[in-house]
Design a protein around this ligand. Structure first.
Ligand code: G6P
Length: 372
């Protein structure tokens, strides 16, 4: 009913708008007055966290993209090698697991069969499993050794939005906490990022306030057949997520690429007026990558691409090459996905609406897939 949708036309619009609260709720009570993380709720002995030699993340769909981003954060702040794998591939290739492997299973619903089978396999091999889940008491957290709940509230629209942002928050919390417990050389940075994380809900809110041009752009592209997405570093999984949203909702051919890989193949796809969305890393903290991606934007534009650039406020270098410029607030490099994903969600939702698609219930998809 209209009341359930809180005055919005679709659950997805409501859930996109709820993201600042979902993010804030997921942080609530997990940062103490001194600015340290308190994740005692995990009830995994610190000894186990200190001795872990490998982290393996398993998940499906949008949750898998959260896992891809988590890898950058975990390896940077903890120096523990981290692998990310599609849950449906995991157990069938006889993965290497033991008591010193920490497996993280990410699932909004907690009922995805592929993810459940992956975590069962991991536990049989003696690994410890931590679930990151949005649904209290669901199967995946019940069968795990520990759980960190995301507090997005119920997500009804099939395409995941607010759950994704809170999965990212939970992944950052786990990465920072592991760093804190293990005492890496990043102590000062970890404390600074925890401070930034506690401000991030306000930044997500600011992004939401500036989305009208994104909606307009989406409507203008409703007759296109293909959209490409490029990113680097944590912007690469963001590009994959932007493409997935467009497939799910607009039923368009959409693909995400690592921008550095463009020259090894995908650049052959560029043709006149092809829309390409580029997620640009910060010029402050990732200046080398920033410069490289600006060259990529130049290259594809010279070949006729219509460039849709998502860049940090104050990044002037992109201006000459952006046919459309979407601004996002400055954040620490690893946190950028929390703000960069939001315009892509709005873009896909509006494009789907413009194409007359059913936004909350896309064809052929289910909110939670309980078969392998
Ligand atoms: C389904 C949904 C996706 C979701 C995936 C994983 O395929 O359509 O939106 O990302 O399952 O769901 P989970 O509940 O495990 O996060």
């Amino acid at each position: 009913s209209a009341a359930e949708k809180g005055g919005y036309d679709y659950f997805m619009l409501k859930e996109i708008a709820e993201q600042p609260k979902a993010v804030a709720d997921t942080l609530l009570g997990r940062i103490d007055a001194s600015g340290s993380l308190t994740l005692d709720e995990l009830r995994i002995p610190h000894g186990v966290l200190r001795e872990a030699q490998k982290v393996v993340i398993v998940a499906c769909g949008t949750a898998f993209h959260a896992g891809l981003i988590a890898k950058y954060a975990i390896e940077h702040w903890t120096r523990i090698p981290c692998e990310v794998e599609l849950a449906s591939e995991f157990r069938y290739r006889d993965p290497i697991l033991d008591q010193r492997t920490l497996v993280i299973a990410i699932s909004q619903s907690g009922e995805t069969m592929d993810t459940l089978m992956a975590l069962r396999h991991a536990r049989e091999q003696g690994a410890k499993v931590l679930a990151i889940c949005n649904t209290n008491g669901s199967t995946i957290p019940r069968e795990s050794d520990a759980v960190l709940y995301t507090h997005a509230g119920p997500e009804v629209a099939v395409a995941s939005t607010k759950a994704f942002l809170t999965q990212l928050v939970a992944c950052y919390l786990v990465a920072l906490y592991l760093g804190q417990v293990r005492g890496t050389k990043w102590g000062d940075e970890i404390r600074a990022v925890i401070r930034d994380l506690s401000q991030i809900a306000g930044e997500v809110d600011r992004v939401l306030e500036t989305m009208e041009p994104v909606r307009e752009l989406a409507r203008s592209l409703s007759r296109k057949n293909t959209v490409l997405f490029l990113g680097r570093h944590v912007g690469y999984p963001v590009a994959l997520e932007g493409a997935l949203k467009l497939k799910e909702l607009a039923y368009m051919h959409a693909e995400g690429f690592a921008a550095g890989e463009l020259k090894h193949g995908p650049i052959a796809l560029i043709e006149n007026d092809l829309p390409v969305v580029i997620v640009v890393p910060s010029p402050r903290s990732r200046s080398v990558l920033h410069d490289k991606i600006v060259s990529n934007i130049q290259e594809i534009r010279a070949r006729g691409a219509r460039t849709i650039v998502i860049a940090e406020e104050g990044d002037e270098a992109v201006e000459p090459y952006a046919d459309h410029l979407i601004r996002i607030p400055a954040t620490p490099a690893l946190l950028q996905p929390l703000v960069a994903t939001v315009p892509l969600q709005v873009f896909a939702c509006e494009l789907a609406t413009a194409r007359g698609n059913e936004v909350d219930q896309p064809r052929n998809l289910a909110k939670s897939v309980t078969v392998e």
